[in-house]
Design a protein around this ligand. Structure first.
Ligand SMILES: [Ca+2]
Ligand SMILES: [Ca+2]
Length: 277
């Protein structure tokens, strides 16, 4: 048998470096694919399948202006049927209210319509700008999602919010299981979010707690429910402009902070480590 041409990665556009790359066993026919989000490609953003036959654009009916794929989750099993699902964030959709575009039991190329399409509550909430999978926190056997909405008004204009949702509910983003609310204007809580075992991590890079725009990271129980103010930060940036909480990755014993302090001096470290308190 003749081997086909070797797959090559062709450029997706000048803005490809901001694309989010996530791997996952995606597909109920056993055909895996890596899914690449290209949020600034075209009018809606785009998603690419990277399979054995090389990269190809996914023909999905994504909302105009949605910045689709910034970020996305591939392979997460939302409905607990053993088959990988695909969650594409569309933070620019609906006048920046944001949202999520969901394919259940996704097979690359199988269909273009979403099984579920969720929208943020209010224009300029930017729901879905940050997104994380959360282990089942209510015992129904299905995972939850943590959705950052840094533009939501929370307790003040642009204070931001992080929403814990059951993604299978049509009103998931407007009636979340828990809403963790930023407390001061332009805190931008929910700019980055992550799950860390039984806890959630919520970044608020605009917070001015210890220094102007020092930022903050809140670590809260995943089991908490209802509307809850983000009051006592687990970490607060002590240098002006540090913008702690702009991006991070949880580890077993702490948090690795990405994109730490910006500014002329001293030169920012590439990575900062915050051990659990
Ligand atoms: Ca599934
Ligand atoms: Ca659950």
């Amino acid at each position: 048998m003749e081997a086909g041409p070797a797959p090559t990665l062709r450029p997706l556009g000048p803005l490809a470096p901001i694309a989010a790359l996530r791997g996952g066993a995606l597909g109920c026919d056993g055909a895996g694919a890596v899914v690449l989000g290209a949020p600034l490609e075209g009018a809606a953003g785009a998603v690419w399948w990277l399979g054995a036959d090389g990269p190809r654009p996914a023909a999905l009916d994504l909302p105009a202006g949605g910045l689709a794929g910034a970020p996305l989750l591939a392979g997460i099993d939302l409905n607990a049927d053993g088959l990988g699902d695909l969650v594409i964030a569309t933070p620019g959709a609906a006048e920046r209210a944001g949202g999520l575009w969901v394919l259940l039991d996704a097979r690359p190329g199988a269909r273009a319509e979403a099984d579920l399409q969720l929208f943020g509550a209010t224009a300029h909430d930017w729901a879905g700008f940050a997104l994380a999978a959360v282990e089942d926190s209510d015992g129904d056997g299905r995972p939850e999602l943590l959705v950052g909405a840094f533009g939501a008004d929370g307790a003040d204009y642009g204070a931001g919010a992080a929403l814990l949702i059951d993604p299978l509910r049509p009103d998931a983003l407007t009636a979340p299981l828990a809403a963790h609310l930023g407390q001061a204007g332009s805190d931008h809580a929910g700019f980055a979010v992550a799950a860390q075992g039984a806890h959630l991590l919520i970044g608020a890079p605009g917070a001015d707690l210890s220094a102007p725009e020092g930022g903050a990271i809140y670590r809260v129980p995943a089991a908490a429910r209802g509307a809850r103010p983000l009051l006592d930060p687990t970490w607060a940036g002590e240098a002006a402009g540090a913008r702690l909480g702009e991006g991070f990755a949880p580890t077993l014993a702490g948090v690795a902070v990405l994109r730490p302090k910006r500014g002329p001096s001293p030169p920012p470290p590439a990575l900062r480590w915050l051990p659990l308190p």
